[in-house]
Write a protein that binds this ligand. Structure first.
Ligand code: UD1
Length: 422
């Protein structure tokens, strides 16, 4: 299994280009199942999760072609409807095919996602809402089986709790449902809005894009489209934090600053005066970093997907702060690894209390999930000596060429394979 060897103490300077948003690309790929015409997606990040979703689509009878940085999907064969456990277990977001399959093929069989490193993460809200659209759902041999032999129908649905992929699944399903669907208490993440814009370009009728209430007027069919996926705000935020931690002036380009308002406000309080430009952010060298508490929240709040990276930053800030995780109940695995590097952090319930600044000491650490891995890479940048990061396959799921991007800024990160017996 590949690892990173990170040589600490190198300063970052220059420019980094942000890739397309993984979490927008995944539902957009799933939405290709809603039409029999070709759909071309550009700005897809080259990360493992995207390859996994393409495999899911191929299993469902689609063909995927890559050309000039774009991916064209043709969901021609509509007889398949089973997303098997081998694929769903490697990527929970495979559940995103459930809504489109039900809408377009009137039946779906998707393995029930199992446990997850960052909490229980059930899909009950997806299933309850799909049932309201008229689907019959049951569990069989570990698979969610969903059927709507006469098609789905509109309904007025209020999500009891905000769910990103749940909103996306329902939005896709409702585009082809008979009548009007109103979805309330929806996730307002930019990735949901990106999917909605793609669906509209395919012929869907959706009102309220970007708000917490989406009204969908069902249509008979959807057409092919060419859609460019939005930039990855989490990747951009990760590089902004890296620059605040170890930068001598870093420009983060090809991003959407408006999607990072909460992070930028929190960093501003902490003493990081990020300059905002048209499609770019500039992080100047930071002279004094002040411990600043934060609570994660649904968009437009502080993203849970940036909590781990921000926590690493706070190990280098002056004073004590509380980082509260309000979205997932078990998202502090990186804390134990950061403590191995010498960080002073205590977890009390849903809060991590961080005291800084401390000099981190390089050692061997293990990645446990995608964003926790990024947090450990950032820690390695400022740790004394060398940090070895194991299980970087987590990182490869969602960050395109992270070591290449950081090395181009001046970091020293080596990818290596210690061989089969280690
Ligand atoms: C998406 C993102 C993920 C991000 C998360 C929160 C993708 C592919 N993944 O995940 O990177 O961390 O949003 O911003 O876009 N919940 C239930 N029942 C459900 C669904 C969710 O209880 O049926 C709970 C979850 O356990 C969690 C909370 O609701 O505590 C929010 O989860 P949700 O927004 O659904 O996260 P995902 O869509 O899985």
């Amino acid at each position: 299994m590949e690892r990173f060897r990170i040589v600490g103490g190198r300063r970052l300077r220059g420019e980094v280009t942000i890739s397309g948003a993984k979490n927008a690309a995944l539902p957009c790929l799933a939405a290709t199942l809603l039409t029999r015409e070709p759909v071309t997606l550009s700005n897809l990040p080259r990360v493992r999760d995207i390859l996994t979703m393409e495999k899911v689509l191929v299993t469902l009878g689609a063909t995927c072609h890559h050309e000039n940085g774009s991916t064209s999907v043709l969901a021609g064969d509509v007889s398949a409807f089973h997303a098997p456990y081998e694929l769903v277990s490697t990527m929970r977001a495979s559940i995103l095919v459930l809504g489109p399959l039900l809408a377009s093929r009137r039946r779906a069989r998707v393995a029930l996602p199992g446990g997850c490193a960052i909490g229980a993460r059930p899909v009950d809200l997806h299933l309850a809402a799909l049932a309201r659209l008229g689907a019959r759902l049951f569990l069989e041999h570990g698979d969610i089986v969903a059927e709507a032999p006469y098609g789905l129908h509109g309904a007025d649905i209020t999500f009891p709790r905000i769910t990103v992929t749940g909103t996306e699944n329902l939005l896709m399903a409702a585009t082809l449902a008979r009548g009007v669907t109103v979805l309330r208490n929806c996730a307002r993440e930019p990735e949901v809005a990106d999917l909605a814009r793609m669906l509209v370009a395919m012929g869907a009728r959706i009102q309220g894009i970007g708000s917490d209430t989406l009204e969908i007027h069902g249509v008979e069919g959807l057409a092919g489209v060419h859609h460019r996926v939005i930039p990855d705000r989490i990747e951009a935020g990760t590089y902004v934090i890296a620059a605040a931690l170890a930068g001598d002036g870093v420009r983060v380009r090809a991003c959407e600053p408006a999607h990072l308002t909460a992070l930028l406000a929190t960093l501003g309080e902490a003493g990081v005066a990020v300059e905002v430009g048209e499609g770019f952010l500039y992080v100047p060298p930071v002279t004094c970093l002040a411990a600043t508490s934060v609570t994660t929240a649904e968009y437009p709040g502080f993203a849970t997907d940036l909590q781990a990276q921000y926590l690493t930053l706070m190990t280098q800030a002056q004073g004590r702060c509380r980082i509260r995780e309000a979205i997932f109940e078990n998202r502090f695995q990186h804390v134990l690894e950061l403590k191995r590097l010498g960080a002073r952090i205590e977890v009390e319930g849903d809060c991590a209390i961080v005291e800084g600044p401390v000099t981190l000491d390089g050692t061997v650490v293990m990645a446990s999930d995608l964003r926790a891995s990024a947090a450990l890479v950032l820690a390695g940048l400022v740790a004394r000596g060398e940090t070895i990061l194991q299980r970087i396959y987590h990182l490869d799921r969602g960050y395109e060429a992270m070591e290449a991007k950081l090395n181009a800024l001046g970091a020293e990160i080596h990818r290596f394979n210690p061989g089969p017996y280690r």
